[in-house]
Design a protein around this ligand. Sequence first.
Ligand SMILES: *Cc1c(COP(=O)(O)O)cnc(C)c1O
Length: 232
Amino acid sequence: MTDATTISKNIAAIRQRIRAAETESGRQAGSVKLMAVSKTRSAAEIAAVLTEGVNDIGENYLQEALNKQQELAGEAICWHFIGPIQSNKTRQIAEQFDWVHSVDRLKIARRLSEQRPTDLAPLNICLQVNISNEESKSGFAVETVLADASRIAALPNIRLRGLMAIPTATKDPAAQRASFAAVRTLLAQLQQQLPECPWDTLSMGMSGDMEAAIAEGATIVRIGSDIFGPRQ
Ligand SMILES: *Cc1c(COP(=O)(O)O)cnc(C)c1O
């Protein structure tokens, strides 16, 4: 358990890094949103994040997320699902989250749209792309995104907001930037192909590569360990 004082200091440091990266790349201050990724962390640790004014919370595992959502009921939180999605879990994800960043196949998009309660706003989704083409990583292959996006865009109860990527981890900033640039290019292609969708979201950048992601146009960074400390 990381104490609230540490979390507060860590968030201040992350905000400075975001601000510096925005300035460095000539982007407007405040154009990059901070999501706190709270997998394995407690509801109390999330509460400390909320106190700092960070209300975008990302979770990877459904059951763990549902437990914390119950503990934090009544808090103003924008919940993001960012983990792998099994098709038998889509109903609860469609019911309990505001955003899903890890949509990695057409079938999942269809189920989320079908299962999104119609008294809620459409579910915001990002398509996860396997930008480094790794065997082991989930996400659409680039060609498949281009082929399936129009079908996904036509689904009624979701809003297709953008792309999410987790490139191969590397400490080389040039290699980090090359991967994120490829995601940015793909987003531009989709904007041309389907101008009716907002396409306003590039969900990319984690603790180790956030600056490179911001330089290549990230609109939301997903930060876990640099807020909560290393995962045990
Ligand atoms: C865990 C996780 C993060 C946060 O990673 P850190 O390196 O701890 O900042 C971001 N995105 C996804 C999809 C994750 O699973």
